[in-house]
Design a protein around this ligand. Structure first.
Ligand SMILES: *[C@@H]1O[C@H](CO)[C@@H](O)[C@H](O)[C@H]1NC(C)=O
Ligand SMILES: *[C@@H]1O[C@H](CO)[C@@H](O)[C@H](O)[C@H]1NC(C)=O
Ligand SMILES: *[C@@H]1O[C@H](CO)[C@@H](O)[C@H](O)[C@H]1NC(C)=O
Ligand SMILES: *[C@@H]1O[C@H](CO)[C@@H](O)[C@H](O)[C@H]1NC(C)=O
Ligand SMILES: *[C@@H]1O[C@H](CO)[C@@H](O)[C@H](O)[C@H]1NC(C)=O
Ligand SMILES: *[C@@H]1O[C@H](CO)[C@@H](O)[C@H](O)[C@H]1NC(C)=O
Ligand SMILES: *[C@@H]1O[C@H](CO)[C@@H](O)[C@H](O)[C@H]1NC(C)=O
Length: 378
């Protein structure tokens, strides 16, 4: 797939002053302090993302029959969706489960050509850190590192989530220790393989009462281990702005204040509340976009809308038609597009930015649980 022809195409594109066309040439995104930056020119990178996985419930399952469809192995689907993703100014796709044995070149090329990056969760339904019975074991390690192996060559991969909402209630905080072990070992693996060091590993939290302690726990670093166990970014799944809410009622303001001095980037890893909005495919106004890409950009690096594909949970932005050959946008798509079209976020150049808060957080006062088993070193 890669070779002289894509190389030549990239050269032509470069000579014509056009954006990099391939996943070999696209400028990686790096974490510096509290922000993401393009490595080519130091412009700040704000995520305009979409959750991109069909027929998938990211909330965890122990169903031994659960399967998933790898969204980055479906070349035709990626090409079908690209023009619509561009209409939403998409620059990030979040995928929840990929199959490391499949070929992802076509999709990654398609998306790189449009300046679209990927953040991938590392688990799959049958192999994930289970909230009520958490483990970090050799099977999980193999699965996680397999995904890293499969995606590491693509420069449009920003990084990975070692867990998603694995702590959902007060009695599940012990699971955090196992996710943190996964963060540590995945970061260690990326470094031991000499993979691109700009690939980060983070966690996506549910909007639960323990979220502040969790944020501190994942950003803390015991002893003199540098940043070996600290997350590289913090994803926040937040559904608190419903309908025409506002900064205060949605508690966005509170969140902004809380994360002001967080040591690593924070972004909405899922957003787009449909609560109280009835009647089939929803009519979300997406007015939160004005604030998220307005005065929150010095603390939050944008967000990822949940989600592209329509499913039973009714969050989809588009419907697939003609046996999945074509795309038909729902009203949600249209309102999201017009909201995104009207924002002009203020950003900071890397050269003008000095992280003021790079020290890891102190561990939370009340440590999240005491795991009965120590996370083993694979
Ligand atoms: C920096 O590069 C990115 C990716 O090519 C581009 O989208 C952005 O506009 C550039 N920034 C500036 C200030 O040229
Ligand atoms: C996951 O979400 C589905 C609906 O999307 C729901 O039916 C199911 O009960 C949820 N499972 C868990 C474990 O929360
Ligand atoms: C744990 O996190 C992973 C994402 O890495 C997710 O796929 C899985 O569903 C989560 N497990 C539970 C029980 O929420
Ligand atoms: C899994 O699938 C098999 C075959 O279709 C079925 O017999 C079995 O009951 C399923 N198990 C569960 C837990 O759904
Ligand atoms: C948490 O509480 C729920 C409901 O009582 C229970 O089903 C679950 O097993 C508990 N989880 C843990 C880790 O104790
Ligand atoms: C983590 O530490 C390494 C080694 O000290 C450093 O190169 C890297 O930039 C740090 N990463 C972050 C996100 O701070
Ligand atoms: C951000 O904007 C909202 C209104 O859009 C306002 O209520 C809020 O006070 C502003 N926050 C800051 C920190 O300026």
């Amino acid at each position: 797939m890669k070779g002289i022809w894509t190389g030549a195409a990239a050269l032509v594109a470069a000579l014509a002053g056009v954006e990099a066309a391939s996943y070999d040439d696209i400028a990686p995104i790096e974490v510096y302090g509290q922000h993401f930056f393009y490595t080519n020119n130091g412009s700040q990178f704000l995520m305009k993302g979409v959750a991109y996985q069909q027929n998938y419930s990211p909330n965890g399952t122990t169903d031994s029959n659960a399967s998933y469809t790898d969204p980055l192995a479906d070349s035709a689907g990626c090409k079908r969706d690209l023009p619509y993703l561009k209409q939403l100014y998409t620059n990030v796709l979040r995928v929840y489960a990929i199959d490391p044995t499949k070929d992802h070149d076509d999709c990654m090329e398609t998306f790189a050509s449009a300046g679209i990056y990927v953040i991938a969760d590392l688990s799959e339904p049958k192999t994930s850190i289970v909230s009520d019975d958490p483990e970090w074991n050799v099977d999980l390690y193999r699965r996680y590192t397999g995904v890293v192996d499969a995606l590491s060559k693509y420069k449009n991969v920003i990084g990975f989530f070692a867990g998603n909402e694995n702590v959902s209630s007060g009695n599940q905080t012990a699971a955090a220790a196992f996710v943190k072990a996964a963060v540590r070992d995945t970061k260690g693996y990326i470094s031991s393989q000499n993979y691109r060091s700009t690939m980060g590993v983070g966690y996506a939290t549910a909007d639960v009462p323990t979220r502040d302690d969790l944020a501190a726990y994942f950003a803390c670093e015991p002893g003199n281990t540098g940043n070996a166990t600290q997350i590289d970014f913090w994803g926040y799944n937040v559904y608190s702005w419903c309908g025409d809410s506002n900064y205060a009622d949605s508690s966005y303001g509170e969140r902004y204040d809380f994360f002001k001095d967080y040591p690593v980037p924070v972004f909405f890893a899922e957003y787009g509340c449909i609560e109280g909005i009835t009647g089939g495919p929803t009519h979300r106004p997406f007015t939160e976009v004005q604030v998220l890409y307005g005065n929150m950009t010095d603390v939050f690096s944008g967000g990822i809308v949940y989600q592209w594909f329509m499913s039973e949970n009714n969050y989809g932005l588009v419907e697939l038609q003609d046996s999945d050959a074509s795309v038909s946008p729902y009203p949600d798509f249209t309102s999201l597009r017009s909201e995104l079209a009207s924002v002009t976020p203020t950003t900071t150049a890397r050269s003008k930015y000095t992280p003021s808060n790079s020290a890891p957080r102190a561990p939370p006062q009340v440590p999240p649980g005491s795991p009965s088993r120590r996370p083993p070193r694979p």
